[in-house]
Structure formats: structure tokens, C-alpha cells
Write a protein that binds this ligand. Structure first.
Ligand SMILES: NC(=O)c1ccc[n+]([C@@H]2O[C@H](COP(=O)([O-])OP(=O)(O)OC[C@H]3O[C@@H](n4cnc5c(N)ncnc54)[C@H](O)[C@@H]3O)[C@@H](O)[C@H]2O)c1
Length: 351
């Protein structure tokens, strides 16, 4: 069972497990379009999945709807639940605090509880976020380089690990609703002993993102480069750093966890130092790849609670799952996003 199956990570998970011969069920109500308007519409991705998969069943269900989940979980016995459905933007959450909390926090508890009641032996992977750390990562001393912010102390080189505190920090409402879900997911693992894993994402990306201004920064940057418009860079001199991981590598990590689950564990999951990039560096890379000048404007105010330099420390996950490693470099990922966006632009498909 994959929730958010028409989104970036969900669709990658559907394809991956379908290719292996599993019967995959997906839940998605295209709420990304409700959050972000037509540019967030994921219908194209659902169409693509329906055309390309062998054994995929889609359910147009809202994860807030407990009785619909109950019916679904009664009718099937799932052995893996990959929970990706979410309101994913911290800026958007400010406008819709109740809906954000209902989808991110309550929706997650609905799924955890349905799993506990109907398939307690299943592995449950929850896609959490590095925003659960709020702006605590900004307390790390930084130095300013020509194109990016960088950790000043050698001991911070590998990035933020799972010991970073999650309270007494400014999260944004999105970070707080995801932190609630993150804690409840851990609790179902620790208290009930269920096989729950929590993955705190850095920037998750790939060609199947329906990138919008408020979520999916690389995919949206490429979209602006190829179809026009202006990209706004908010604060930090454009030198803010993000680590980017291809959705394929995220799903391989989920697969590794599912094969050998550790109940209640929490892992940071991103592209790590090798796939980190600043906003200015990303713009320059995308200009080179597309051969087009990207139109961007600097806004001298950072987004509230936004990280200045965030690199996921992947060492905990790698030590628990030594056979997993990153397979897609940032350049490869960007090339894939550019190719997919070019194809969509030339065929007039909205994505
Ligand atoms: N993409 C990132 O950079 C990133 C970073 C950190 C964490 N995450 C987390 O990873 C997960 C997956 O992210 P993504 O980038 O694939 O997001 P996405 O927006 O591409 O996909 C989420 C999907 O969930 C669906 N959805 C939303 N609300 C729903 C509801 N109430 N019922 C059913 N379906 C619903 C949406 O329509 C969408 O297709 C999310 O939990 C997100 O918070 C993502």
C-alpha cells in the first residue's frame, strides 16, 4: 500500500514494487492540486502509472477519511505500507493550519491505527521531514563561501544527524504537524512494537515531481528555466544549501528497511554532502544543462524558519543498512528532470 501514490515518492514506490511483481495499491485524492492549483495537479502521473504498471490498483481515498480507510484495510491484507501522502509545504501550511494538521498528523495516525488493527505485522514506513528539527540546524556555526554557506567546524562536515533536537525551535506549522506525525509513528514502533520506520527527508526530488513554487525546488527551477516566468530566491544571499536525493534512492532505502525492519527507528534521508547544492549553484547548473538563462529575482527576506545550510548525515542509515548507497548523482538527477520537463513542455502536458 502506497499513500500519496500519484506524488513524487509515492509514484516511484508504486513503479518499483510493481516491477518486482507485487500487487500494489495506491491511495491518492489529488489533493496536491487543491493545495497548489493546476501546477500541482498529479493526474498526469496517475495516468502514467495506470499505463505502465502491471498490477496496480488506485483508490481515490482521502487519508483523513477513517471509514474509507477502514473499508480498504478490511478488504486487503497489506504487508508493506509506504506513507507518502501529505501537505508538503511549510509556507502553504500558514494559510491552512487545520487542513495541514488533519492531513499530516491525523491522516498519519489514521493509517497507523488501521495498520495496527488489520495488519499489525506489516512494515510501515513514514516519510517525515528535516523540518521536524525546526530551525535548530541554523544554530551550527557557518562560514560564507563565494557561492554557498558552509559548516565552519570540521565535526559538522557530514551534516545533521538524528540527535538534533526537535523541540524548542521554530518549525513552521508544517514542521510541527509533521513532527506530531513523526512522534506518533515512532510510538507505534516503540509502544506497540510495530515495524515502523521514520525517514526524515532532506530535499527529495526526481522527474516525477509536479514542482510548484512552494514545493519541489529543483523541479520548479527547471520548469521556470524551460517554460518561462521568474523564480524568487528568498534571503540568505541565495547561498542556502540543500542536499538532494533522487526518489529512486529513497525507495531503495525504504526497500532495505522493509527487508530488515527496526521498530521505531528514525533516519535522516537526503542526498548527503556529495549531492548538496546552493541556490546560486543550482541556478548555474540548470542554466548550463538547459542552455537557457534562468530569470530569477532576489527577495531580501528569508522564508520563516528556513534552513541556511542543511545536509543530511546519512551515516546512521548506512551503518544499519550497509548494502544501501546513493546511486544517482545530483548531475544525473538534474539531467533526468530536464529531460522529463522538456518532454512535458513540448507535448503540452501539464505537470
Ligand atoms: N519532496 C521533498 O522535498 C520532501 C522533503 C522532505 C519530506 N518529504 C515528505 O515526503 C512525502 C512525499 O513527498 P512528495 O514530494 O512525494 O510529495 P507530493 O506532494 O509529490 O506527493 C504527495 C501526494 O499525496 C497526495 N495527498 C495529499 N493529501 C492527501 C490526502 N488527504 N489523501 C490522499 N492523498 C493525499 C497528493 O495528491 C500527492 O499526490 C511527504 O510526506 C513529504 O512531506 C518530501
Amino acid at each position: 500500500m502506497v499513500t500519496g501514490s500519484s506524488g513524487l515518492i509515492g509514484s516511484e514506490a508504486v513503479e518499483h514494487f510493481d516491477r518486482q511483481g507485487h500487487h500494489v495499491h495506491g491511495i491518492d485524492n489529488n489533493m496536491r492540486q487543491v493545495f497548489f492549483g493546476d501546477p500541482g495537479d498529479t493526474a498526469w502521473n496517475l495516468d502514467r502509472l495506470c499505463r505502465t504498471t502491471k498490477n496496480f490498483t488506485h483508490h481515490n481515498v482521502d487519508i483523513r477519511d477513517r471509514s474509507a480507510l477502514e473499508t480498504l484495510f478490511r478488504s486487503q491484507c497489506f504487508d508493506l505500507i509506504v506513507h507518502c501522502a501529505a501537505q508538503p509545504s511549510h509556507d502553504k501550511a500558514r494559510d491552512i493550519p487545520i487542513v495541514d494538521f488533519e492531513v499530516n498528523a491525523l491522516g498519519t495516525v489514521n493509517l497507523l491505527e488501521a495498520t495496527r488493527l488489520h495488519c499489525p505485522e506489516a512494515v510501515f514506513v513514514f516519510l517525515s521531514t528535516n523540518k521536524v528539527y525546526g530551525d535548530a540546524p541554523n544554530e551550527i556555526p557557518l562560514k560564507e563561501l563565494e557561492t554557498r554557506w558552509e559548516y565552519a567546524r570540521p565535526e559538522d562536515y557530514d551534516g545533521i544527524d538524528e540527535n538534533c533536537r526537535i523541540d524548542r525551535t521554530l518549525h513552521s506549522l508544517f514542521g510541527a504537524s509533521k513532527a506530531s506525525a513523526d512522534l506518533m509513528a515512532q510510538e507505534y514502533g516503540r509502544y506497540f512494537g510495530m515495524k515502523v520506520g521514520v525517514f526524515r527527508g532532506g530535499c527529495l526530488t526526481g522527474p516525477s515531481h509536479s514542482g510548484v513554487e512552494l514545493h519541489g525546488f529543483l523541479s520548479y527551477l527547471v520548469k521556470v528555466a524551460l517554460s518561462g516566468g521568474t523564480y524568487s530566491v528568498f534571503g540568505y544571499k541565495g547561498k542556502q544549501v540543500r542536499d538532494n536525493i533522487h526518489s529512486h534512492d529513497v525507495v531503495r532505502a525504504i526497500e532495505a528497511f522493509a527487508a530488515n525492519p527496526r521498530p521505531g527507528e528514525v533516519y535522516n534521508m537526503g542526498g548527503g554532502r556529495e549531492n548538496s547544492v546552493s541556490m546560486l549553484e543550482a541556478i548555474s547548473k540548470i542554466e548550463q544543462l538547459t542552455g537557457k538563462k534562468l530569470n530569477w529575482a532576489y527577495v531580501d527576506e528569508n522564508r520563516k524558519g528556513n534552513h541556511i545550510c542543511y545536509i543530511s548525515d546519512l551515516r546512521k542509515f548506512q551503518s544499519h543498512y550497509p548494502n544501501w548507497q546513493l546511486t544517482k548523482s545530483l548531475d544525473t538527477t538534474l539531467e533526468e528532470i530536464v529531460a522529463a520537463t522538456r518532454a512535458a513542455v513540448s507535448s503540452g502536458v501539464s505537470r
